[in-house]
Design a binder for this molecule. Structure first.
Ligand code: TRH
Length: 367
């Protein structure tokens, strides 16, 4: 169900790369969907242009990548301005927004916590007279929804291991492993090498240094294979976002993190373990528990315990062999749960569509 905006204006979208890939991963994905599905022209202002070009790949005819530098001279502001993850907007640019009465929307971080609904779509008057609208992604209809492209089901249906230069591994479970340095990787390795079922773990190169440390082995390169009893580790390249979606769909279980890979794993409809970005005062554990309360709502108690305990142990660094054994025993049920959750969650309007509807409403009410 797509929504055609009444305008073909150019919108400005601002992205600051704090660290890792999520800021640009989400910003490029949003820009691409607004362009491809809603016909909007986007100027994507980003401080790390090289990383943005890596994610943009072949790019899109309706998207202009622009370098956002300290001394960037903004000639004019767009009528609609999207700020991402509260990255802020340059003062000089805000002055132009005031002159041109631009609409300002901040697409913030995703959380399943209950407070999100009460903050979503709320305007916040700024000292300079501008109105900053907060737009919160989320899992419920009272939020902005989740990024989900219309093209994803077809991409998944056609996904093949050969697309990734890999082959299937019959008789073995294939896992993908995308985690942060605080993950208890050595404990996971111990549990997988003693696994009752042979396992293959595909490790994106960006995680290879963490694996090398856990395996106490020299630097790992793309293509390196390491067998540890029941478990084979294979280092793969950092993939394009599209190929990463294929990988998640083809795997039996995905370890994901942060903001974007978390949701991509849900759309893959396969068992997943999410590791939130670590925050002070364990705020990330509140996010994790809120997500699990939503994700496990329809799960049987036994399955719910296995998933809940595994995700909590992975986030708190208390992973043990029993967490893998319980997950393994529950995997067939977990697979059914994950695909049913995907179907249910896909009933919602996607975030890009909700954002376009929200902006049209704001612009219409102004007139
Ligand atoms: O890289 P991340 O840890 O990003 C994080 C989070 O966004 C976090 O919320 C934010 O505060 C922090 O950055 C600053 O995880 P995330 O969000 O999953 O982003 C990874 C992106 O990389 C996502 O778009 C998927 C993409 N990706 C690929 O394109 N190819 C790959 O091979 C892999 C492993 C990931």
């Amino acid at each position: 169900m797509s929504f055609q905006p009444q305008t073909t204006q150019t919108w400005d979208l601002f992205c600051k790369v704090v660290d890792n890939f999520g800021d640009i991963g989400v910003s490029w994905r949003l820009a691409h969907q607004l362009a491809a599905e809603h016909g909007i022209y986007i100027r994507l202002w980003v401080d790390d242009l090289a990383l943005a070009q890596q994610f943009a790949g072949a790019g899109h005819a309706h998207i202009q990548l622009q370098h956002w530098a300290e001394n960037t001279d903004f000639s004019q502001a767009a009528p609609v301005v999207i700020e991402t993850f509260s990255c802020g907007l340059p003062d000089a640019y805000q002055q132009r927004m005031r002159k041109q009465a631009s609409l300002w929307v901040n697409v913030d971080y995703l959380s399943a916590e209950r407070w999100v609904e009460s903050f979503h779509a709320q305007p916040s008057p700024q000292a300079n007279g501008l109105l900053r609208h907060f737009f919160y992604p989320g899992f419920t209809s009272g939020t902005g929804g989740l990024l989900r492209e219309a093209s994803l089901p077809a991409l998944q249906a056609q996904a093949r291991w050969s697309d990734l230069g890999l082959t299937a591994a019959p008789g073995r479970l294939t896992l993908s492993l995308f985690c942060y340095a605080h993950a208890p990787l050595a404990a996971l390795v111990d549990s997988l090498q003693a696994s009752a079922v042979p396992v293959r773990v595909l490790v994106p190169h960006t995680v290879a240094p963490l694996l090398a440390k856990a395996l106490d082995t020299p630097v790992l390169q793309v293509g390196d294979r390491l067998q540890r009893q029941q478990c084979e580790f294979l280092v793969i390249p950092f993939l394009s976002q599209t190929d990463y979606d294929r990988l998640l769909y083809l795997c039996d279980l995905n370890f994901v993190r942060g903001e974007d890979s978390w949701i991509r794993a849900l759309w893959a409809g396969k068992p997943m373990i999410w590791l939130p970005y670590q925050q002070s005062e364990d705020a990330h554990l509140l996010k994790l528990n809120a997500f699990m309360a939503h994700y496990l709502l329809a799960a049987d108690p036994g399955l719910s315990d296995a998933i809940h305990n595994a995700m909590l142990a992975w986030a708190q660094g208390t992973w043990q062999a029993q967490h893998w054994q319980a997950l393994l025993a529950a995997l067939p049920q977990f697979a059914l749960h994950a695909s049913a959750f995907k179907v249910r969650q896909s009933q919602q309007y996607d975030l890009a569509t909700n954002l376009v509807i929200f902006i049209e409403k704001c612009l219409t009410h102004r007139v």
